[in-house]
Design a protein around this ligand. Structure first.
Ligand code: UDX
Ligand code: ADP
Length: 463
């Protein structure tokens, strides 16, 4: 099947950038991204490209080039489904907050709604592509809904997981390590796979496009994220040991990273990983393993999460202990709230949990993040349901200027590794703070000797 029209349901961190790049690279294909969220679609259509809802370096330029030509953002979900030959599902799959699998299994409500809607509308054969990260065997559920509630048309389900990392989404999409496409091993399945291979081969070399069966593709996504997260928890575990023994985790990471079997990436000790994928995907893996009675497998992977939770809590405890065991009414300034640099995404950011701990100790948290609004910060805290919204609002101050944020603070905590933090005038910051002036560098990005020379009491991770 030659693809001329693509629809993507879900205009979020995955759907938006991915479709923008497909549209840019395939001008012959009309790409329509739909979402129920009217505000989000309006933002994607905003004439001022600074206002598109997702901050990713380089994304504004690509949207600017393709939008209105062959890239469209709309709330008319039905029309887009009806017209497309290929429908990507990129909706959110949050962890369940209720019932069986609470806190662990993925809530597939939005996926099911999409499947039912596609089934209702489709009047000709369609290829449905799972783009969201999903538990293994979700394709089977989607297929069952489509086949049982559809209008007798044929559906092919493909799994095409997204490996882009936020903050580098555009580069990752333009130069992917690999594209993975899973499909049925029937003749129709092979044809559907080929149609999608033809889309990607507009800019990705064919040797980087891997085709597998559906379950391998779904499981590969969870496995990739579990392995990456495991590396971070492994180095973070070592960071605690380094602090006790006098070793330096940066030196250890460098030394082991030069072993070509280990490799240098994903060995940065930190205040703990965040983001929408790692925790959710590992919890999914744990849940699936448990549901097959594979308790050792489940326990093995769960430890990655336990270590990560410990790392976040260890950071807040260290702040309290160092500030003479009390942070009550003390201003503590957070540099960074996003879960990593170069994104405005805050999902599962370590900052949320560290702030929550410190607010429990009656601290006043001042936040400066170059891309995150106060509204988002408060929404993140309210989501934890640790206290009421008014108490959260009273405990959080937020600033548009980093120097204002740091004024009169007892301590500064670096939660996100934004490049600009290392470039600040740290003498000016020191002069405006309470003394002793403490810095807790949760990302090991500041120049320790320079800060100590100014007079700061500096504590990094793992040294
Ligand atoms: C991740 C995967 O990398 C991506 O392939 C998948 O599609 C989605 O999940 P993302 O969550 O966007 O991407 O960001 P990533 O760069 O993987 O970072 C995740 C978290 O780990 C961040 O909080 C980051 O700060 C932290 N991290 C990363 C470390 O603490 N140390 C490291 O060495 C690397
Ligand atoms: P991700 O990081 O996976 O892209 P996001 O939460 O950023 O997740 O984006 C998912 C988007 O999917 C949201 O904007 C949400 O409004 C949208 N969405 C969820 N369910 C539906 C649906 N049934 N139809 C259209 N859009 C949906």
């Amino acid at each position: 099947m030659k693809i001329t029209k693509i629809c993507c349901i879900g205009a979020g961190y995955v759907g938006g950038p991915t479709m923008a790049v497909i549209a840019q690279k395939c001008p012959q294909i009309q790409v329509t991204v739909v979402d129920l969220n009217e505000e989000r679609i309006a933002a994607w259509n905003d004439e001022n490209l600074d206002n598109i809802p997702i901050y990713e370096p380089g994304l504004d330029k690509i949207v600017g080039e393709a939008r209105g030509r062959n890239l469209f953002f709309s709330t008319d979900v039905e029309k887009a489904i009806d017209e497309a030959q290929v429908i990507f599902i990129s909706v959110n799959t949050p962890t369940k907050t209720f019932g069986k699998g609470k806190g662990m299994a993925a809530d597939l409500k939005y996926i099911e709604l999409c499947a039912r809607q596609i089934a209702k509308i489709a009047k000709d054969d369609k290829i449905v592509v799972e783009k969201s990260t999903l538990p293994v065997r979700t394709a089977e559920a989607i297929k069952s809904i489509l086949d049982n509630t559809g209008n007798g048309v044929q559906f092919q389900i493909l799994s095409n997981p997204e490996f882009l990392a936020e903050g580098t989404a555009v580069q990752d999409l333009l130069n992917p390590d690999r594209i993975l496409i899973g499909g049925d091993s029937t003749e129709e399945g092979a044809k559907a796979i080929q149609s999608l291979v033809d889309v990607y081969s507009n800019w990705v070399s064919i040797d980087k496009i891997l085709t597998t069966n559906v379950w391998s593709s779904e499981l590969s996504k969870l496995t990739a994220n579990a392995f990456l997260a495991q590396r971070i928890s492994s180095i973070n575990a070592m960071s605690e040991l380094c602090e006790k023994t006098g070793a330096d985790v940066n030196e250890v990471a460098k030394a082991i990273g030069m072993d070509s079997r280990i490799g240098a990436k994903f060995l940065k000790a930190s205040v703990g990983f965040g983001g929408s994928c790692f925790q959710k995907d590992i919890l999914n893996l744990v849940y699936i393993a448990k549901s097959y009675g594979l308790n050792e497998v489940a326990d093995y992977w769960e430890q990655v999460i336990i270590m990560n939770d410990h790392q976040k809590r260890r950071f807040s405890s260290k702040i309290v202990q160092t500030l003479y065991n009390t942070v009550s009414d003390k201003k503590i300034t957070f540099l960074g709230w996003a879960f990593k640099k170069d994104t405005n995404d805050t999902r599962e950011s370590a900052a949320i949990y560290v702030a929550d701990d410190l607010i429990n100790e009656n601290a006043k948290i001042a936040v400066f993040d170059p891309k995150v609004s106060r509204k988002k910060i408060l929404a993140d805290l309210d989501y934890l349901e640790s206290r009421n919204a008014e108490n959260n609002a009273n405990a959080i101050l937020s600033f548009e200027d980093p120097y204002e944020a740091c004024k009169n603070a007892h301590a500064i905590a670096v939660l996100t590794e934004w490049d600009e933090f290392a470039q600040y005038d740290w003498q000016r910051i020191y002069d405006s703070m309470q003394k002793p002036a403490f810095v807790f560098d949760g990302r090991n990005i500041l120049n320790r000797p320079a800060l100590e020379k100014i007079g700061f009491v500096y504590q990094g991770i793992g040294s």
